[in-house]
Design a binder for this molecule. Structure first.
Ligand code: FES
Ligand SMILES: [Fe+2]
Length: 410
């Protein structure tokens, strides 16, 4: 494979060449070196495959995959590519099937992706068919290693990837378990098309700097005046992060959004229905907001009681699908479930505090159109990629680039 041509001084992560968001050779190399390399790719939730023979289809980078659960409860992930002439094997987003059969010429696969049957293998009346030496066991779509952590399913094509807890490190593993340590149910999902390279979203989600600046809902209603302690935690490799904001926890479980904070400096603006901002400290540690990322493309959000996972899927050099899956706990009371659903209006592509994230990546992509030779400045909080106990930093953004450069060997 050819080496992408990017000029980037070794080790530097506080300058990022814009070309990495633009070049087709970088995009092609990422498929092999990042997504098919020594990483764990998030592919779904155990809760999405609740029953035997349930399956879903998704992607590992650009590679289509099928995620299945067999009758023993075992989970498998294999490339969604028929071993015959390459057609997709499974066509639905979700379904239930004891085996999978390709629509083109009906080659059949078991739930692990092993080839089980070849139509007309013996020909018709002794004529045609496969040659005598044809061995079904030698033909299969690629089968991925699978691991499950806190109900999250990850898959890997890299032989050298360490076990998931080691991959994430203790801090990130604990912060993930903090939110997903209990059984969950899917309460909503959608896919958001982003007009930008996938790495601009990977940066955005690790960027604590922009939250109170870009998201004017916060400042308009003075919500950021509330004292918020917090920090950014970054894994050894740089690629995974968690940022947390604490808020004063009002007795009785009320969250940060108290009534007096919900009036704008501009007297014409007020929030009519405050019930959307009601929340409860259900995890019990006072963290009102935790964003967590796993390199390369997984995000876990806990914003008050709004819990969701996001999967960043590149669809082209300048286009990305962001797959959102909203979660509730299996033991939610009906009141809590209603509260959760209502709070979901805060985030998402039309959310009061995050619709801007769906636009700003496109603004960058358009802004850098003629600047492939220039670099961005990622210097807030210094040049390193260390954990910091404040949030006016781009340390976790630099961390992403450190991990990316390692995997890309760039
Ligand atoms: S391409 Fe799948 S059976 Fe021919
Ligand atoms: Fe944002």
């Amino acid at each position: 494979m050819s080496h992408p041509s990017i000029s980037w001084p070794p080790g530097t992560v506080s300058r990022v060449p814009y070309a990495v968001f633009q070049q087709a050779d970088v995009f092609a190399a990422e498929q092999q070196r990042v997504f098919e390399g020594a990483v764990w790719n998030f592919v779904g939730l155990e809760a999405e495959l609740a029953n035997a023979n349930d399956f879903k289809t998704t992607f590992v980078g650009r590679m289509p995959v099928v995620v299945t659960r067999d009758a023993d409860g075992e989970i498998y992930v294999f490339e969604n590519r028929c071993a015959h002439r390459g057609a997709l094997i499974a066509l639905q987003d979700f379904g239930n099937a004891k085996e999978h059969s390709c629509v083109y010429h009906a080659w059949r696969y078991d739930l692990a992706g092993n080839l089980q049957g070849v139509a007309f293998e013996q020909g018709v009346r002794g004529k045609g068919g496969m040659p005598a030496g044809f061995d079904k066991r030698a033909h299969a779509p690629r089968q991925l290693r699978v691991t499950v952590l806190c109900g999250l399913i990850f898959a890997s094509l890299g032989d050298e990837v360490p076990p998931i807890e080691e991959y994430l490190g203790e801090e990130i593993t604990q912060r993930l378990a903090r939110v997903l340590g209990r059984p969950v149910e899917v309460i909503g999902r959608f896919t958001q098309a982003l007009p930008n390279n996938w790495k601009l979203y990977a940066e955005n989600v690790r960027d604590t700097y922009h939250a109170s600046l870009l998201h004017t809902f916060f400042t308009t209603f003075g919500i950021t005046r509330l004292t918020q302690e917090g920090g950014v935690y970054i894994s050894e490799c740089g690629g995974h992060h968690a940022s947390a904001s604490y808020s004063r926890v009002v007795e009785g479980g009320e969250g940060a959004y108290t009534q007096q904070a919900i009036r704008s400096q501009n007297a014409e603006l007020a929030i009519g229905d405050l019930s959307m901002l009601q929340s409860t400290d259900e995890i019990g540690d006072g963290i009102v907001l935790q964003m967590l990322s796993v390199f390369p493309g997984f995000v876990l959000q806990q914003i008050h009681n709004c819990i969701a996972v996001r999967q960043i899927l590149p669809t082209g050099v300048e286009s990305t699908d962001l797959v959102w899956t909203y979660l509730g706990y299996a033991d939610d009371t009906p009141e809590l479930r209603r509260m959760r659903l209502k709070q979901s209006n805060l985030v998402g592509p039309a959310g009061f505090v995050s619709m801007e994230d769906g636009a700003v990546g496109g603004f960058v992509q358009r802004g850098i159109e003629a600047a492939g030779g220039e670099c961005s400045v990622v210097e807030l909080g210094g040049h390193d990629t260390r954990t910091q106990d404040f949030r006016a930093t781009e340390s976790s953004v630099r961390g992403f680039w450190r991990a990316w450069r390692t995997h890309m060997a760039l």
